[in-house]
Write a protein that binds this ligand. Structure first.
Ligand code: DAT
Ligand code: MG
Length: 151
C-alpha cells in the first residue's frame, strides 16, 4: 500500500561528511514522503535493541562505538514498497559490493563506515520506527505532488 513506512538513518559518518542533503534528495526525488526527521545522539541501550540480532558478532563493539561517535539523522519515509525500494537506494551492506548509483556505492568504501541504515522488512521497520520515534513525532499530511507520483 501507499502507506508502507521505513526507518532510514544517516549514520554519524554520513552526518559529519555532510551527505544527508544528497541522501534525503534521493528519497524525495524517487517520490517518497518524509513523515519524521530528527538529528539525535543514539545511546547504547537503544543500539543494543536496534542491532539485537548482531550482538554476538565480533564486529558488534566497533559497530556500537561507530554509531555512538556522533549524531545520527533519523528519518521515516512513507510510500509504495518503500522498505524494499529503500534498501535498493542504499545498496549492499558492503559498499564495495554496491553498484554505482546507490548511496553506499557512490559515497562509501568500508563496511564499518557505510553511512546509512535502512530497515530490512516491514516488520523490522515498524519496530525500528517505534524504537527511534515517539508516536507524536510522526506527522500526517498529504503532499501536494501526490497525484503526480501515484496513479
Ligand atoms: P545492513 O546495514 O545492510 O542492514 P546488517 O543489518 O547485516 O546490514 O548489519 C548492520 C551493520 O553492521 C552494517 O551496516 C555494517 C555492520 N556490519 C555488518 N556486517 C559486518 C561485517 N561482516 N563486518 C563489519 N561490519 C559489519
Ligand atoms: Mg540491517
Amino acid at each position: 500500500s501507499n502507506t508502507e513506512r521505513t526507518f532510514i538513518a544517516v549514520k554519524p559518518d554520513g552526518v559529519q561528511r555532510g551527505l544527508f542533503p544528497e541522501i534525503l534528495s534521493r528519497f524525495f526525488n524517487k517520490g517518497y514522503k518524509l513523515v519524521a526527521i530528527k538529528l539525535t545522539m543514539a545511546n547504547e541501550p537503544l543500539l543494543r535493541e536496534h542491532y539485537a540480532d548482531l550482538q554476538s558478532k565480533p564486529f558488534f563493539p566497533s559497530l556500537l562505538s561507530y554509531m555512538l561517535s556522533g549524531p545520527v539523522l533519523a528519518t521515516v519515509w512513507e510510500g509504495k514498497d518503500v522498505v524494499k525500494q529503500g534498501r535498493i537506494l542504499l545498496g549492499a551492506t558492503n559498499p564495495l559490493a554496491s553498484a554505482p548509483g546507490t548511496i553506499r556505492g557512490d559515497f562509501a568504501v568500508d563496511m564499518g563506515r557505510n553511512i546509512i541504515h535502512g530497515s530490512d522488512s516491514v516488520e523490522t521497520a515498524e519496530k525500528e520506527i517505534a524504537l527511534w520515534f515517539k508516536k507524536e513525532e510522526l506527522v500526517d499530511y498529504k503532499p501536494t505532488l501526490y497525484s503526480w507520483i501515484y496513479e
